[in-house]
Unconditional design. Structure first.
Lengths: 526, 320
């Protein structure tokens, strides 16, 4: 039972009822157990929570890594170019039998076209003129035809029934044989290489007679009339042989008086050192001789024969470089301009606003074009592109900074700082400007996809001409594909995927940053 | 009255801006070395005409001649290469219709779809429909227009064969830009243009509508006894439309500008292709008119958006 005393007057509480709470303890502010969460840390915590933005950031980093690592990982240097292997489909050696990334495309073949394609594989085995059957030719490693489907009959333009064979063909092996003039010394070297590796590069030359329809085409090695394979009987009469399992192509190789196959002939040059040989070679193995490996292009090759994977890396690098430069310059210019406008206000503000109004009215494409025409010859296309972006790009940043300054410049803490004697410069940069940092960083991040898009559009339209051996951009690669990509889809798909991926990820990343820095603006789109 | 004053002020400012930009463009373009054709007789004839038209005078005199020509005769210079000796302005206006048509079709197609999708996403906010639409919108807004053009060409022409690869020439489509055959061949570019527009409009609508849906007057409307759909249609949608309508009106003006890339890919003989041809052929007078045209279009779009705000919602103060 507690003693229940009611004290009418508090001053009458007896002294002995009072006890010290903190007897002998030091009373002071407790230290925080946690570290303080600063502005950027706070933003980082919020940013981490948005999964899409984090994924986007990771993808961006991966693409940047790819752009810088591509020249190291891929064995073709940026200037490596092989016109014989231009516009070829993606090919990875490990996937040769996988049905994708095997350098093959689907195509419909006429009977003649099919025989021509098959003849590469057959001819590759027929290096000694012994006569190779279709079956052996199909087994050949150099057989470009990956698969042949069921034929179907169609009626062609001349109202004749013809058979069409759907099939998949390896576009690299399809190149087949080529004629080339090489110095004698190289001929010797290749012969040694052939011996070492047990591969054939040189093949017998072909006779220039009525059975050889096109003398410049080294793939016409079999007897043919109008492209149809024929057999020639004793009396010189020709019989057309159709495509079928028993097909044997009769070779049309050049033979000397003794019946030996001719592999080379003089094509020029007098002395021993300068003598040139004209030879017929299997390009695939010649490529192996030159590069020490079979052709492997993970994204295929572009219209000139550059490795698209390397070009792509260069393009991404250039696009990002331009974008980051523009965004940094816009950051600096916009921040200064907006700060001056917003801080001083009045006449300064009105005048500067007029100037930026006029600049904002200039259509970007006009600026870019004029700068290209005037400056590209003097300072190069990339700097003039940068100038064009910078001329009008900072206006958005400036107006955002200006708004922030109007919001904060009359607040009490600024007045307090002014009363304490802070100068204008200190007020602007130390006290007010940090408030607008979040908006500026966000707008910087969102500038990047815009610049990448604009830049690729300009180079796509040919207003900015970047297509040199050293420099390329994603837009240039795409304009390269324009018009021919229906036959070579990889020319368009690969750069388009990279470009779209970059744009999507930068937009997501920028949105994430905006939500992180200004939680109040979440969901508001600009 | 205040409105009229505001409009006059904006228009005067616009003309001033247009004048300054055009003058800068003019000076920059006239500074370029002019190119004469290879053929001698024609080159001499053109050179003589240039001399007579004062193309060899000092720059400021040229500017004066140009301005005088515009105000007295409506003469914006002459095309020398694209359409020999035709007035540059006529060359431009001849190519206006295809550009406008393609963009108008795509706007008519995209606007309702974009707004409806936006409304649907806003109503289903934070449900799976919303996140699906928002993700798609993010993708479609980011992907550049020529990728759509490629996709449309690839699937609708190459794979399915439904649409032609490029827009028919005028002769092929019965000598009229409005013929059904021409419309059919324009479907592909219209589609390619629409993806981005639908996505942009959808995003905008969703953002505005979600804001109005959570505002206090919606709560009041519900407490008065309106059903959710009634309140949404009568209150939220109306208010959300305030910023959306001006932007649609603005894009109606913007369609004059068209899209360079789409015109290039589908070989539409419009203003954008004219611009590129004028640069490539060094037809500087046409280039100049095109520059003025694009500047005017972008300035007009800005003004009309601002003014229409005032008409749609009189509470928005003018002249701030």
């Amino acid at each position: 039972m507690r003693e229940n005393v009611v004290y009418g007057d508090l001053s009458q509480i007896p002294k002995e009822k009072f006890v010290f709470v903190h007897d002998g303890e030091r009373i002071s502010d407790k230290k925080f157990d946690d570290k303080p969460v600063g502005y950027f840390k706070d933003a980082w915590i919020r940013f981490r929570k948005s999964r899409a933005s984090v994924v986007a950031a990771v993808i961006i980093i991966l693409i940047i890594l790819y752009a810088f690592a591509a020249p190291l990982l891929i064995h073709h240097s940026a200037s490596f170019m092989d016109p014989s292997y231009a516009k070829k489909a993606p090919r990875i050696l490990a996937c040769l039998n996988a049905g994708f990334f095997d350098g093959a495309t689907k195509r419909d073949f006429s009977e003649r076209g099919l025989v021509k394609a098959l003849s590469v594989g057959i001819g590759a085995e027929d290096y000694d003129g012994r006569g190779v059957a279709l079956e052996e030719g199909m087994e050949s490693y150099y057989q470009p035809m990956k698969s042949i489907g069921q034929s179907r009959t169609v009626i062609n333009a001349a109202k004749k029934e013809t058979s069409i064979y759907p099939g998949r063909i390896d576009t690299y092996l399809e190149v087949g044989f080529v004629y080339k003039n090489i110095p004698q010394s190289e001929y010797k070297k290749i012969c040694e290489w052939e011996e070492e590796n047990g591969l054939h590069v040189f093949y017998p030359l072909v006779q220039d007679n009525e059975w050889n329809m096109d003398y410049s085409d080294a793939n016409n090695w079999y007897k043919s009339k109008k492209g149809d394979p024929v057999t020639v009987s004793e009396d010189g009469k020709a019989k057309t042989i159709p495509y079928g399992p028993g097909m044997i192509l009769e070779d049309n190789y050049k033979r000397d008086a003794d019946g030996n196959l001719v592999y080379w002939e003089y094509s020029g040059g007098g002395s021993f050192e300068t003598a040139q040989y004209r030879v017929r070679m299997l390009y695939y193995n010649y490529y192996r001789y030159q590069n020490g490996m079979e052709p492997e292009y993970i994204f295929g090759t572009d219209s000139q024969g550059y490795d698209l994977a390397v070009r792509l890396g260069d393009g991404v690098k250039l696009s990002l470089l331009v974008a980051v430069c523009v965004s940094v310059i816009n950051f600096v210019l916009g921040a200064m301009y907006g700060a001056i406008e917003g801080f001083y206000g009045g006449v300064v503000d009105i005048t500067l606003e007029r100037v930026s109004d006029i600049l904002a009215g200039v259509p970007f494409i006009v600026v870019a074009t004029l700068f290209q025409i005037h400056l590209a010859a003097k300072v190069g296309p990339i700097p003039s592109l940068l100038f064009a972006f910078v001329l009008t790009g900072w206006i958005g940043t400036a107006s955002r900074v200006r708004t922030q300054f109007y919001r904060f410049k009359n607040q009490e803490y600024v007045m307090a700082a002014r009363t304490l004697g802070a100068r204008d410069r200190r007020l602007i940069w130390k006290h007010i400007f940090p408030n607008s940092l979040g908006t500026i960083i966000t707008s910087c991040a969102l500038t990047i996809p815009g610049v990448i898009g604009q830049e690729s559009m300009l180079s796509f339209l040919g207003i900015v001409k970047l297509g040199t051996a050293k420099v390329t951009s994603l837009g240039t690669l795409l304009s390269d594909a324009n018009g021919i990509w229906t036959n070579y889809p990889h020319l368009m798909i690969v750069p388009a995927v990279f470009l779209s991926l970059l744009m999507i990820c930068f937009n997501l990343f920028g949105n994430g940053l905006r939500d992180a820095f200004n939680p109040a603006l979440r969901g508001v789109e600009e | 009255m205040r409105m009229a004053k505001y409009i006059v002020k904006r228009v005067v400012l616009m003309i001033f801006t247009l004048f300054i930009i055009s003058t800068m463009c003019f000076l920059l373009i006239r500074m370029l070395p002019r190119v004469l054709p290879q053929e001698k007789v024609q080159a001499e004839a053109i050179a003589a005409r240039w001399e007579a038209l004062g193309y060899n005078e000092p720059l400021l005199v040229q500017l004066w001649i140009y301005i005088k020509g515009i105000f007295t005769k409506g003469d914006f210079g002459t095309s020398w290469y694209i359409a020999f000796r035709q007035p540059a302005l006529k060359v431009l206006t001849d190519r206006l219709l295809p550009t406008v048509l393609v963009n108008l079709y795509s706007l008519i197609f995209a606007t309702p779809i974009g707004i409806l999708l936006g409304i649907y996403a806003a109503i289903r906010k934070n449900k799976w429909q919303d996140s699906l639409i928002s993700t798609m919108v993010m993708v479609f807004v980011s992907v550049p227009p020529y990728v759509y053009a490629f996709l449309v060409q690839y699937f609708l022409y190459f794979k399915l064969g439904w649409l032609p690869l490029q827009v028919y020439s005028l002769a092929d489509a019965g000598n009229s830009w409005l013929s059904p055959k021409m419309f059919y061949s324009m479907i592909a570019p219209v589609l390619a243009l629409s993806f981005g527009e639908i996505a942009g409009l959808c995003r905008f609508t969703r953002a505005e509508l979600t804001e109005t849906l959570t505002s206090d007057y919606m709560l009041l409307a519900r407490t008065k006894g309106l059903t959710r759909s009634q309140a949404t249609v009568r209150h939220a949608l109306k208010n959300a439309m305030v910023p959306i309508l001006p932007s649609i009106i603005g894009s109606f003006i913007g369609i004059l500008g068209g899209s360079f890339v789409i015109e290039q890919i589908f070989s539409i003989p419009g203003v954008g292709t004219l611009y590129l041809r004028a640069i490539n052929l060094f037809d500087y007078d046409v280039f100049m008119v095109d520059c003025i045209f694009y500047t005017l279009v972008s300035l007009l779009a800005g003004i009309i958006i601002d003014i229409s705000y005032g008409f749609i919602d009189p509470r928005i103060r003018m002249g701030e």
